[in-house]
Design a protein around this ligand. Structure first.
Ligand SMILES: *Cc1c(COP(=O)(O)O)cnc(C)c1O
Length: 220
């Protein structure tokens, strides 16, 4: 069933959109079913869960950390994580750079923006975070800022979800023009989950993060 769902979603997505299979709360058997069907890109949102799972799973999985990340936990995932989707402070970015450097790696990062109406979501509230003007990012040789990430409000109101995704696209376009014009790697918009990925793709998503539509509903 997992392989079938995955195949169906991959068939629906335009070829330029990357699928991050969100494997949080799923066991190794479930993850290996997706892996054995050929998928290599997986996402987790808790550091402890990821560090426990990672050693038991194949080394060629491209791990994306998609959840809120505390500065003091960066060290645990820096040796192997390829992408960090939810960078929401300069302090966190600097810490990722430091830990990536200690591992001789470059970690791809996305800046998270708060686009939802819900209080609890993390992310920058302004469309152009202050640090982009103040800090010399070329000093951070071990992180690559590749774009933006956001989560829409959890609602059935399709118009609202669409307008929030549209806002993230506009934030991306503004940042690209002002701060990243000479950086071709700044090109990703991580938006869209099981309930709203079709809308996200229509609004320009380049990375969708999908769990329950592949593995079934989560218990937790
Ligand atoms: C859990 C999670 C997802 C996937 O959610 P589904 O509704 O299961 O597709 C996507 N993004 C983030 C940040 C998540 O925590």
């Amino acid at each position: 069933m997992i392989a079938g769902n995955l195949k169906q979603i991959l068939g629906e997505l335009p070829p330029q959109v990357k699928l991050v299979v969100v494997s949080k709360t799923r066991n190794d058997t479930e993850i290996m079913e997706a892996y054995n069907s050929g998928h290599r890109i997986f996402g987790e949102n808790r550091v402890q869960e990821l560090t426990e799972k990672h050693p038991a799973l194949p080394g060629n999985i491209e791990w994306h950390f998609i959840g809120h990340l505390q500065t003091n936990k960066v060290r645990d995932i820096a040796p192997f994580v390829t992408w960090i989707h939810a960078v929401d402070s300069f302090r966190l970015l600097r810490e990722i750079n430091k830990r990536a450097a200690q591992n001789n790696r470059v970690i791809n990062c996305l800046l998270q923006f708060h686009i939802a109406q819900e209080e609890s979501k993390h992310g920058f509230a302004t469309s152009s975070p202050e640090f982009l003007d103040k800090e010399d990012l070329s000093q951070l040789a071990n992180v690559k800022i590749c774009g933006v990430m956001g989560m829409a409000t959890f609602t059935d109101d399709e118009l609202q979800v669409r307008s929030e995704f549209r806002r993230l696209w506009q934030i991306f376009a503004g940042l690209k023009e002002v701060h990243f014009a000479d950086q071709p790697d700044f090109r990703e918009i991580s938006m869209g989950m099981s309930g709203d990925y079709q809308i996200a793709v229509e609004e320009g998503s380049t990375m969708v993060r999908i769990g329950s539509s592949i593995f079934g509903p989560r218990e937790q």
